[in-house]
Unconditional design. Structure first.
Lengths: 113, 116
């Protein structure tokens, strides 16, 4: 079964405490990305990766890091989280070719206090 | 600037009424793709439909239908005879080569509330 697995689903943390949200896919997709969802703004792309060791900034990259050491994994790292990073985060994967459907993880609800 | 506009923040209907969700997009590319996703209260994103810029045929899938009009840059979505299970946030999204095919540019979403 095609799956995109994000962990954790829910996380409450304090300002400045480094955290990592993991994302793993079993579809052998080249393209992976992270989005954040905020009320009234829809989903906005944070970072993306077109293949192993190839990553680039999306529309809202400030305060985030990513890495792509293996094709299946694409973790999102918040080195020093701040309250304005409180949001719902989604990992997505696709083949990266025109018109292909993106598959999303179940989402991670992050609260930074 | 937002490339996909969903002007309706929330639509409330009574069960069995029809509801139409508007989506207006902006692109300079001649080849692009449009999508609709559903986000039920459980939070996951469910793919509904994909349409490429060369195919202006309307599509119907059960109670769902989509009207794509390049002349007005719109890709509207209609739910016929709505049901309580249709209550969700619906997102329209655009994919264009200029920004890389893999990137989806989402509208702000429309919350649909269907009451019995």
């Amino acid at each position: 079964e095609a799956q995109v697995t994000q962990n954790p689903r829910y996380l409450i943390t304090v300002t400045g405490k480094k955290l990592t949200v993991t994302c793993s896919q079993n579809m052998n997709h080249e393209y992976m990305s992270w989005y954040r969802q905020d009320p009234g703004l829809g989903l906005r792309q944070i970072y993306y990766s077109m293949n192993v060791e190839v990553t680039d900034k999306g529309d809202v990259p400030e305060g985030y890091k990513v890495s792509r050491k293996e094709k299946r994994n694409f973790p999102l790292i918040l080195e020093s989280p701040s309250p304005n990073q409180t949001s719902l985060y989604f990992c997505a994967t696709s083949t990266g070719t025109g018109g292909t459907e993106a598959f999303f993880g179940q989402g991670t609800r992050l609260t930074v206090v | 600037a937002q490339k996909v506009t969903q002007a309706q923040t929330e639509i409330s209907v009574v069960e069995k009424e029809d509801v139409t969700l508007d989506c207006v997009y902006e692109t300079r590319d001649t080849t692009y793709y449009l999508f609709w996703y559903k986000q039920p209260p459980s939070g996951e994103l469910v793919f509904l439909i994909r349409r490429n810029s060369f195919d202006e045929q309307n599509e119907i899938s059960g109670r769902y239908s989509w009207n794509f009009q390049k002349s007005t840059s719109s890709f509207n979505f209609t739910i016929t005879a709505s049901q309580v299970v249709d209550s969700a946030v619906y997102f329209c999204a655009l994919s264009e080569l200029t920004d890389s095919w893999g990137k989806l540019q989402f509208g702000a979403g429309t919350q649909v509330v269907v009451t019995p």
